[in-house]
Design a binder for this molecule. Structure first.
Ligand code: MG
Length: 378
């Protein structure tokens, strides 16, 4: 029996997690839920899963929610997430809240020796340097939920680091793989050919900033040098990533592109639980692999650039992208300006020593830089 906290329960990964939990009622029990402001959906989830404690991120929404539910402990904001992370009856915390508000809870969870099933890329990318230290000091474990990293995690399991020649992260290529990236309309960007995801990740796939973040994520999760992390475009999205070993063998993980598989594995690891999902190979005409076009998708190079500089650069990249994507959604910048402005922001950054406080400062600085830069342009 695993006792779960689902942080970000109303989002794409959160709702899929709860749909899994429903199917394995005798294995998983929801003890805590957290959402930012979708109080209506959260209320339905509370009725269905009956958690002991609920956190609402947004202060106003939290007050509204407190008046709505009885007999449940309601906590608010980042402090509330920490309360969930230290709750005695929670042993596994699924992180699917966007942004970095979950950092305090992540630290607390690791300190308390819990399993962290992590889907929130920003936390690993921004706080990678700090997490390295936490992993040494605390007894908790981090298990990836991101499909590529779940694949690598499965392929690399129980292998020695010196046996790994390289990690090959696969990328579907996103909605613009065969299209021009100039003057792209928002509607084209939001049509992902393979995966159903949240809006931020869908836009990040179109710019390939998603893969850029995943290179950084892989570096910190598996402690592998950046030059040993490659990207291959694989439009069918069945091979979720591969690991090449020094003897020339490559181990890959294949599955239907369905987030429920990596979510379930992160919760059940080291066990595997049965699902109905399977690949019909007779219906798959072929599996293609090709090198990414780095001129068309300059975001990929940024991963190696920030990893060579380290300090607060990875955090600035993630934060600048988050802000730029929001501005694109509001039609304030063009598609091409997303990556260009992130690049500009990285170049303008004065790096700080990467501790928790400085990383938060760098994130704040980057977001402000992106917002204010626009004022000068128009
Ligand atoms: Mg991914």
């Amino acid at each position: 029996m695993r006792n779960l906290a689902v942080l970000g329960s109303t989002g794409s990964v959160g709702t899929q997690t709860l749909s899994i939990v429903e199917k394995y009622k005798d294995i998983f029990k929801v003890k805590a839920l957290a959402a930012d402001k979708n109080v209506n959906l959260l209320t339905q989830q509370v009725k269905k899963f009956n958690p002991n404690i609920v956190c609402v991120g947004n202060t106003q929404a939290c007050l509204k929610f407190k008046n709505k539910v009885k007999n449940i402990k309601v906590v608010c904001g980042e402090e509330g997430l920490i309360k969930i992370a230290e709750a005695e009856d929670v042993d596994t915390i699924l992180f699917a809240i966007s942004g970095i508000s979950g950092m305090g809870a992540l630290k607390k969870g690791l300190e308390k020796g819990k399993r962290i099933a992590i889907s929130t890329k920003e936390l690993i990318v921004c706080f990678g340097e700090v997490l390295r230290d936490f992993k040494k000091r605390f007894k908790g474990e981090i298990v990836p939920v991101d499909s590529e990293h779940s694949a690598v995690f499965q392929c690399i399991h129980q292998r020695k680091k010196e046996e790994v020649k390289r990690i090959i992260l696969t990328a579907s290529g996103g909605p613009l793989l065969y299209k021009n990236t100039k003057d792209v309309k928002k509607e084209e960007v939001l049509k992902h050919p393979v995966w159903k995801m949240g809006i931020k990740t869908t836009i990040d796939s179109a710019t390939m900033m998603n893969k850029c973040l995943e290179i950084i994520e892989a570096h910190y999760l598996f402690d592998i040098e950046p030059e040993k992390i490659d990207v291959l475009i694989h439009p069918q999205g069945l091979v979720h990533s591969m690991v090449e070993f020094i003897d020339g063998s490559i181990v890959a993980q294949l599955a239907v592109p369905d987030m429920r598989i990596p979510i379930l594995y992160a919760l059940s690891y080291p066990d595997r639980l049965s699902t109905e999902i399977h690949i019909n190979f007779e219906k798959v005409p072929n599996l293609q692999f090709m090198l990414p076009d780095r001129k068309k998708f300059p975001a990929l190079n940024l991963a190696y650039e920030v990893l060579s500089r380290k300090m607060t650069y990875p955090a600035v990249l993630a934060a600048a992208d988050e802000e730029a994507v929001e501005m694109f959604i509001r039609d304030e910048i063009s598609f091409e300006e997303i990556v260009n402005s992130v690049k500009e922001c990285i170049n303008a950054h004065t790096p700080l020593y990467p501790n928790e406080e400085n990383i938060k400062k760098a994130v704040y600085w980057a977001k402000q830089y992106i917002r204010e830069k626009r004022w000068c342009r128009y």
